[in-house]
Design a binder for this molecule. Structure first.
Ligand code: GAP
Length: 456
């Protein structure tokens, strides 16, 4: 097996073993392209969302948070161009009847499964269709949204009427999107149900072809997107920018930059930044017959704003973080188990997730050295409560021996483990703090513990 495939398998298996991510509907054999997040996956995802919301909504005074519905009037998708054009080229093998996305095939002439010939290329619309209400006919058709963006465009007028913002201003939302992908693959990378974090940033339209004011906003948002990848701890060397050439951009975009990431299966799109011009607002104005123009008090002009859109896939973010954080190394006895003597102790292989403390599901784990000594447990509980008051993402663990507990915390990326041992109780000699990445431990006085952890 190729090394990178092996790495992906290790990540998928760690995610299941440690309660990050499970296959959707697993006990029924799964449902392709769906993934369920367990307790640690939810914590990781929520930490990413929190950092995103902070950078793009809370820390700014020009972006409005939003939360629109997943089901929308079908005209939204007619206006946006998704009913007519949100399709991938599909081919079916005449022999084995397996179906493929044509643009993802290395050899577009023959079936990769049986070598058979393909039938005609069909355009396959990726939106999930459903019916709203008790009658299933053409009038009740609706779609699960394939992007969160449109929920913001159709609420543009509501924001104008409620808040009277001056341009430029943005709307931001985090939410589910659905695409009936022909070939879901690479774990969370291409799934059929996923989450997006998107901003529609409305700006004044260019006065003429030489007016490049929009580029200033585009560059600013590009900078912010890059800064976000640093917030979540991604290795900057693995993040690349790609100018998407003419002919390869989405139908609404005049300029697109993709942020690509070095995933284990190759350099692939992580995020997109697109200049959507006035395409969406004009389409919705035309289809809904509602005026979606903006009156600029300063210039006394009325116009339809243009839009720059930073779009982030949340699940791809989770996958980028996990594949960047996955590490294997060898530690000597003392670093895996303080009860062991470092001298002569065998080196031990371990797996650890080098997650930044800002996104790790737990920041601190507290243990009693032994699980069957009430005096140790009582003291460890006391210290656990003390830390948890200041650092809520703290966990208590007395399951199995201490070596196993360290390995478990390493695998879920907990940066610090605090252990209460006999020296704590008998000599009042503080507790040990173990650093996840080096495996090194230091002894620290109890009354300095919380301050030190907060500092880290
Ligand atoms: N509103 C613009 C838009 O939706 P997109 O490039 O189609 O643009 C934006 O999608 C982001 O959503 C992508 O950069 C990716 O992170 C994520 N994404 C798209 N399709 C996905 C899928 N099938 N599974 C997981 N994430 C996906």
């Amino acid at each position: 097996m190729a090394k990178n495939e092996e790495l992906m398998e290790k990540i998928v298996s760690l995610c299941k073993r440690r309660g990050f991510i499970y296959q959707g509907s697993e006990i029924y054999g799964g449902l392709a392209g769906t993934w369920d997040y367990g307790p640690l996956g939810v914590a990781l995802k929520n930490n990413i969302k929190k950092l995103w919301w902070k950078r793009f909504v809370e820390d700014r005074d020009d972006v409005y948070g939003f939360d629109a519905t997943i089901l929308m009037n079908k005209q939204v998708w007619e206006a946006s161009g998704h009913v007519g054009g949100f399709a991938d080229p599909l081919v079916e093998c005449k022999k084995c009847h397996h179906r493929f996305r044509l643009d993802q095939l290395e050899d577009q002439k023959k079936c990769p499964d049986c070598g058979g010939a393909f039938g005609e290329v069909r355009q396959f619309n990726m939106m999930f269709k459903t019916h709203v209400g008790a009658v299933e006919d053409a009038t009740s058709i609706s779609y699960l949204r394939p992007e969160t963006a449109q929920g913001m465009f159709v609420n543009f007028k509501n924001i104008i009427d409620s808040f009277h913002p001056s341009l430029p201003f943005g709307m931001a939302q985090i939410g589910k999107a659905f695409r009936n992908e022909i070939a879901p693959r690479d774990f969370l990378f291409r799934s059929r149900e996923f989450e997006q974090m998107e901003i529609e940033y409305f700006i004044k339209p260019p006065k003429d072809i030489k007016d490049l004011e929009w580029q200033k906003h585009f560059d600013h948002l590009k900078y912010e997107m890059k800064a976000f990848t640093a917030d979540i701890g991604l290795d900057a060397k693995k993040v690349h920018e790609l100018e998407v050439p003419d002919g390869e951009r989405a139908h609404y975009s005049k300029r697109t930059i993709d942020f690509e990431f070095d995933f284990p299966f190759g350099k692939k799109e992580l995020y997109g930044l697109a200049y959507r011009t006035d395409f969406d607002l004009k389409q919705h104005a035309q289809f809904s017959k509602v005026d979606l123009s903006y009156y600029d008090e300063e210039s006394k002009e009325r116009f339809v704003p243009h839009v720059i859109e930073p779009s982030f896939g949340l699940d791809r973010t989770v996958l980028a973080i996990l594949s960047d954080a996955y590490h294997e190394d060898e530690l000597t006895g003392a670093a895996t188990d303080p009860a062991e003597d470092a001298f002569g102790a065998a080196k031990e292989k371990r797996v650890f997730l080098k997650l930044s403390p800002a996104i790790a599901p737990y920041k601190v784990a507290v243990f009693p050295l032994l699980k069957n000594k009430p005096i140790l447990i009582e003291k460890a509980r006391e210290i656990f409560k003390l830390i948890k008051k200041e650092i809520p993402a703290t966990t208590f663990d007395d399951n199995g021996n201490i070596g196993k507990r360290y390995r478990r915390q390493d695998e879920i990326g907990t940066p610090y483990c605090v252990t209460v041992d006999f020296e704590t109780i008998e000599k009042g000699n503080g507790v040990t703090i173990r650093d996840r990445d080096s495996g090194k431990q230091e002894r620290i006085k109890e009354d300095e513990l919380v301050k030190l952890l907060l500092g880290k």
